[in-house]
Design a protein around this ligand. Structure first.
Ligand SMILES: Cc1ncc(COP(=O)(O)O)c(C=O)c1O
Length: 376
């Protein structure tokens, strides 16, 4: 299989010594990201206060992410974690009696359940859809979303086994019921194209450290400009104000756009990293990445199955998304054993997740699958 991104491999130092297929947890760090972290560090050492440069990089990162998902910069808030973004939305959603239903699935990332169950006003109105063999069907969404639903939360790609959800259909059901669709794209953004407008997504969250190839400390929250007025953040602060520079303690006015969800100074070092990572992704193009990834994942499934591995794929045709889950007996021991062979995978529940990116080759996948087959 031809690797169209061979020349990019040299910008990821870890690839010279390791097989890195753990992007569902932490993507490989590029020289560009490393240089951006150094730029932050150097500017502090040289100028003492690097506020202007930091704010410039923050705005660049906001604009790059907006471009990645087909949004406008004013529709993006830059936060510190996906959990912070979800909590921000949960505490800003107006409570309307009779229209207070929250729908999510038992396969969503646990932080979703933790946050909504902590919301006293909403917690008795949660419908958590029980998955069927790891999948939540559109029929189930139809059954659980009603005219009482205020918000539907759905994962674009499942974090354990990689099932990709049909977001357009869920958006249609949500909108027929005057509910909003909130998408968790942490396991897709960076390798699967996302167009929030075309897909009917009202709110979206993702973080920088997985397939977006940054480091921990940055998450992006998109809220459509058509929906933003109904949100009055309670998790707020001076940077969420329309005019932070007025330093007016008495008259808070939330920012017009989604930056109203921001609070205080963010972790700039992570923002510098995210900005450089996003630049690289945009240069390569997520559509190109997806085309290669689906070929690579298909090869992985075919090769792994031939080797006798149990690959869990709740998959209904189309392109394979971003990760493969291989069933093994003792996931932590297997992850450690692979690490001792310089192979980075990610254990979750009862599976080893093999999560490549555009920089991986078929030969690397073959070697990981061979090792997994030897262990199993
Ligand atoms: C799909 C998904 N959503 C949310 C999270 C939580 O992200 P954070 O730690 O930034 O809150 C994760 C983390 O692994 C995830 O995989």
């Amino acid at each position: 299989m031809k690797h169209p991104f061979q020349s990019y491999r040299q910008v990821f130092p870890v690839l010279s010594s390791h097989i890195h297929v753990g992007s569902c947890s932490q993507g490989a760090v590029s020289r560009q990201v490393s240089a951006a972290i150094e730029e932050y560090h150097r500017s502090l050492l040289q100028y003492g206060n690097n506020g202007e440069l930091s704010m410039a990089r923050l705005e660049e990162a906001r604009a790059h992410f907006a471009k990645l998902i087909g949004a406008e910069p004013d529709e993006i808030a830059v936060l510190s974690s996906a959990s912070e973004a979800i909590a921000g939305v949960a505490t800003a959603l107006p409570y309307v009696p009779g229209k207070e239903g929250i729908v999510y699935a038992d396969t969503d990332f646990p932080t979703v359940g933790h946050i909504w169950q902590a919301q006293e006003l909403f917690r008795d109105h949660i419908r958590c859809i029980p998955s069927i063999e790891g999948e939540v069907t559109i029929e189930q969404y139809k059954e659980h979303i009603t005219e009482k639903t205020a918000l539907v939360i759905a994962s674009h790609v499942n974090y354990t086994h990689g099932f990709q959800q049909d977001l357009k259909s869920i958006a249609a059901i949500a909108h027929q019921n005057q509910a909003l669709l909130f998408v968790d794209a942490y396991q897709s953004a960076g390798v699967i194209p996302v167009d929030v407008k075309a897909m009917g997504i009202d709110i979206l969250v993702t973080g920088a450290r997985k397939y977006m190839l940054g480091i921990p400390g940055v998450a992006f929250l998109y809220v459509s400009k058509d929906r933003i007025d109904r949100f009055k953040p309670r998790l707020t602060g001076w940077l969420g104000q329309e005019l932070a520079s007025r330093f007016d303690i008495a008259h808070p006015v939330p920012a017009v756009g989604t930056r109203r969800f921001e609070s205080g100074l963010p972790s700039f070092i992570s923002i510098f990293a995210a900005n450089a990572a996003l630049k690289l992704l945009l240069e390569i193009g997520v559509t190109n990445i997806q085309a290669y990834m689906s070929e690579l994942l298909e090869f992985s499934v075919a090769y792994g199955s031939r080797k006798g591995l149990n690959i869990r794929i709740p998959y209904r045709g189309g392109t394979l998304p971003s990760l493969l889950a291989v069933e093994v007996a003792d996931v932590t021991a297997v992850e450690m054993r692979l690490r001792s062979q310089n192979m980075i995978v990610s254990a979750r529940k009862d599976v080893i997740r093999v999560a490549p990116h555009f920089y991986n080759t078929a030969e690397e996948i073959r070697r990981v699958m061979d090792e997994l087959a030897r262990i199993c």
